[in-house]
Design a protein around this ligand. Sequence first.
Ligand code: HSE
Length: 321
Amino acid sequence: MKGTSLSGVERDALRGRSITIHSPATVANMVCGFDVLGFAVQEPYDIMRIGFSENKGVTIINEDEYDLPTKPEDNVAGAALLAMMEELEEGIGFELRINKQIKPGSGVGSSAASAAGAVVAANRLLGERFTKEDLVRFAMNGEKVASGVKHADNIAPCIYGGVTLIRSIFPLDIVPLHAPPLYVSIVHPQIEVRTSDARGILKQQVQLKDAIRQWGNIAGLVAGLLKNDYALIGRSLEDVLIEPVRSILIPDFEEIKKRSKDAGALGGGISGSGPSIFMLSKDEQTARLVEQEMKAVYARLLLDHHTYVTTINMEGVKFIG
Ligand code: HSE
């Protein structure tokens, strides 16, 4: 959708209007699906307000404690908006207020929430000029600022809601997937893992036998989701490529996984590039038991942590007013 222009009447209608959204956290990879699977959760979420501004370009106002860059090119939300504005024929201006509740570097899609939230909200302000696929394309520019590469496994579920398969990013091919009801336990140890670092340590070659196991798991996970087959979902939540390398960055990762499964979790692993760990359960009671196990491990290590028990967010970015 190139060269979209605003009429004078539309511009007048935009003036003074603003929109508030909640942009949700997301769990990328879903264990075996590195860069190709992800889902949105109900909590946590960032709060953002965007309005039309008399000043051309993007003005960013941080309303949180994180002191993120306000220069649009260096800000993930700003970069996403700038990419969108390149496809609007005439220069307009946005003022974006960001109140991040999703800590940067936590592994639950903090940068994606900012980038996706900004373009979804701006698009609403513009009268839904762009498709969801366009919005993913714009928001991936934010991921590039954050991690050095474009990937859509946080962005796509943030925009579409639910579980998404990103079959390809060039060209974009996004497949929203059905999923049965699932409860999600997340523990976020209060250490920061930069996605760029967590990507930098990965091996660039894989053995054929490992690749076979991995694509068997991805296919099994997708089939399990589509068929509401919880046992198949659980069996398929295995990652023989990425987790063995990245898990060394996360304190007591194996113990959390074992204790969570012993408590009844279907399975789980590193959320995105970590350090958060997520586990899926069939019911809330089990998800809460899993949360207790996660807390117990980090309490013993005297490691500060936050936990969430939540469900899959089917809506994605939510308009508040
Ligand atoms: N797929 C990306 C990675 C997600 O694992 O590096 C980052 O949140």
